[in-house]
Design a protein around this ligand. Structure first.
Ligand SMILES: [Fe+2]
Length: 307
């Protein structure tokens, strides 16, 4: 069993790096920490909330917008070689990162492989933290990069990959889509059925519900397309707002995600929610996000909220 500790960073390609940098800083509110070649690195972690500050949590680089890589670190950093061997044995070819790749990612070591849907995953050891505090480029209230939605071509198959070969646990299902935890946070990744692999949405936690609503009005004023919310997930209890970023990537702000504490692990029962709008939002907001509407029987258009 490969024991993941947490999500670490996301690397995504874009045909328009300058537009992506502009959006990540002026709209999302991340801190641009460096530019290296044709890549821009962003930070998001407030040490007082997370307990640490990852060197970077998002990288945009000039390239294919469908090229997404998601990285995790290990509960025990000494297990990297054993993790690689275990993945290889299970039939997933593993590549060790070059010195140059490790340097660019600010990690000591990394292994790269693909999940059964073809999502590019990296596991890293001794990733750098920053001694400088996160200094946001706008007051969005972001406290940290928290989770991603990942696309799957076969949810039960990929659920088995993440829960049997790796240490993810199902917190809840919405239809076939499992919301998976690797630590106490209700979900660090969620697998949503889709025709192609890739990251389906990028979540940043914010300080409080006021931040969600402040951003709702801010984004509307800036002409950013809101694709879901404001609302509340009945699964994780989090209040959320989803909006569209560069290359149609979906971003999410949320607050109030449920934790499943170590003493609750043994008795925790995942819940099955039907694949229906009310399973995504208990307030009645309707998603305008393809993977949240895929086999929705209710094809009503998203409700228009405040004008
Ligand atoms: Fe989310």
């Amino acid at each position: 069993m490969v024991n993941l500790h947490d999500i670490r960073y996301l690397r995504i390609g874009t045909p328009n790096l300058e537009a992506a940098v502009e959006f990540a800083t002026k709209i999302v509110g991340l801190q641009l920490v460096r530019r290296e070649g044709r890549a821009a690195y962003f930070r998001s972690d407030k040490a007082a909330v997370r307990g640490d500050t990852r060197d970077h949590t998002l990288v945009y680089s000039a390239g294919d917008p469908d090229d997404h890589v998601v990285a995790f670190d290990l509960a025990n950093r000494d297990d990297l070689d054993a993790a690689g061997a275990e993945l290889e044995k299970a039939g997933y070819p593993v590549r060790h990162g070059t010195k140059d790749e490790c340097e660019r990612r600010r990690v000591q070591q990394l292994i790269a492989f693909q999940d059964p849907s073809g999502n590019k995953i990296e596991i890293v050891a001794r990733a750098s933290h920053s001694g400088e505090r996160y200094f946001p480029s706008r007051d969005a209230g972001i406290t940290h990069f928290s989770h991603i939605g990942l696309k799957t071509s076969n949810a039960p198959r990929d659920e088995a990959f993440w829960t049997k070969l790796l240490n993810a646990r199902v917190s809840d299902w919405i239809g076939e889509a499992p919301l998976l935890r690797v630590n106490t946070v209700h979900h660090t990744l969620a697998l949503f059925p889709s025709a192609h692999p890739g990251v389906q949405h990028i979540n940043h936690q914010v300080e409080d519900f006021d931040d969600v609503m402040r951003s709702y009005y801010f984004l509307k004023e800036k002409g950013v397309r809101i694709v879901f919310g404001p609302g509340r997930h009945p699964s994780s209890s989090a209040c959320f707002l989803y909006f569209e970023g560069p290359d149609k990537m979906v971003y999410e702000y949320s607050v109030g995600v449920k934790h499943i504490l170590p003493e609750e692990e043994a008795s925790y029962q995942p819940r099955q929610f039907p694949f229906a709008p009310e399973s995504f939002c208990m307030w009645g907001s309707r998603p305008d996000i393809p993977e949240f509407r895929a086999d929705q029987k209710d094809k009503k258009p998203p409700l228009k909220t405040v004008a």
